[in-house]
Design a protein around this ligand. Structure first.
Ligand code: A2P
Length: 319
């Protein structure tokens, strides 16, 4: 199984990373250390997860103890929506670097194609937003490119970008997005978007690969499907004598993506990394690729359904 994704300049990104979205302060410190001890060399972070300080403390401890050195690990973070103005990107990155106690990031992503005013974390009303006219994505991207040239980030990309938004960026700059981090699992294959990215050598990272059953209550409905309990996934897991989570992680790897399962449990953290060694068979992949019901767990309505929002679902997802 592919252990790394490779950027155009030859830099390598370990294909299984530790996800830290929803990892509570008080838990994420230990989770990062367990992950590094288990052999993870890729940690996925974001300013909005509001736990980067604690991730930074864990990384510092790991460096001080000689568990890993900075150059051994691959750290991703994401620019929050309230720092989209070209002149605000540097400040957003400075805060993340200070919190993570790092001099540089391996990868920095625009978290969403949605802009908020600088004092807003999550929007409650129309006046909390900046429109595309006020904060064009091409301006945000220019700020990202500057940071790449300055060396504070090695690679730059985006998250939650559809084909239209990727094309807009692609055409706006000589420096192209190198990564698109998207929700991806058998219930949301996004074949068209994946094909588009592969054609342009935009690498992919699968988030919520296990179906993020621990997502906030406000983002869950009683009849939402539970990916980890899927009968086909269970059948494949039984055949290979592995867990459902391992099947789902291996599925992302078989599609050529990096994958960032979140866990704060020591045994599950190790188990998830071991999924690298699971070889799925053609019939397994046929089953996983053939699920007709497609479902998005992180649907972006928390940006598009706020009264007065200038953003629509068509700004986020393929329609
Ligand atoms: P926990 O952190 O207690 O391990 P996603 O990566 O799709 O966001 O999913 C994260 C959810 O899946 C969390 O609730 C996490 O719980 C759980 N999880 C992570 N790894 C496993 C595993 N190997 N088996 C079962 N559940 C897991």
């Amino acid at each position: 199984m592919m252990n790394y994704l490779t950027f155009a300049n030859g830099d390598k990104m370990p294909s299984v990373g530790l996800g830290t979205w929803k990892s509570a302060p008080g838990e994420v410190y230990q989770a990062v250390l367990w992950a590094l001890e288990a052999g993870y060399r890729h940690i996925d972070c974001a300013a909005i997860y509001q736990n980067e300080k604690e991730v930074g403390e864990a990384l510092s401890k790991a460096f001080a103890d000689g568990l890993v050195s900075r150059d051994d690990i691959f750290v991703t973070s994401k620019l929050w929506n309230n720092a989209h103005l070209e002149g605000d990107v540097a400040g957003g990155l400075s805060r993340t670097l200070a919190d993570l106690q790092l001099a540089y990031l391996d990868l920095y992503l625009i978290h969403w194609p949605v802009a908020l005013k600088s004092h807003v974390l999550f929007p409650k009303e129309g006046s909390d937003y900046l429109s595309y006219q006020e904060a064009p994505l091409s301006g945000t991207w220019k700020g990202m490119v500057k940071e790449k040239h300055a060396g504070r980030v090695r690679h730059i990309g985006v998250s939650n970008f559809n084909i239209e938004k990727l094309t807009e960026l692609w055409e706006s700059s000589e420096v192209k997005p190198e990564m698109n981090q998207i929700e991806s699992h058998p219930y949301l294959r996004q074949d068209k978007l994946v094909g588009y990215c592969k054609q342009r050598n935009i690498l992919l990272t699968a988030y919520s690969p296990l179906g993020s059953a621990d997502r906030p209550k406000a983002r869950r409905k009683a009849d939402d499907p539970v990916l980890l309990e899927d009968a086909h996934v269970a059948e494949i897991a039984k055949k290979h004598d592995v867990s459902a989570a391992q099947v789902l992680i291996a599925y992302a790897l078989h599609r050529g993506m990096a994958v960032i399962p979140k866990s704060v449990n020591r045994e599950r953290i190790s188990q998830n990394l071991a999924a690298k060694d699971l070889l799925l068979e053609d019939e397994d992949l046929r089953l996983l690729n053939g699920m007709s019901d497609q479902f998005r767990f992180v649907d972006g309505t928390f940006f598009t359904e706020v009264p007065g929002s200038p953003y629509a679902q068509s700004d986020l997802w393929e329609q």
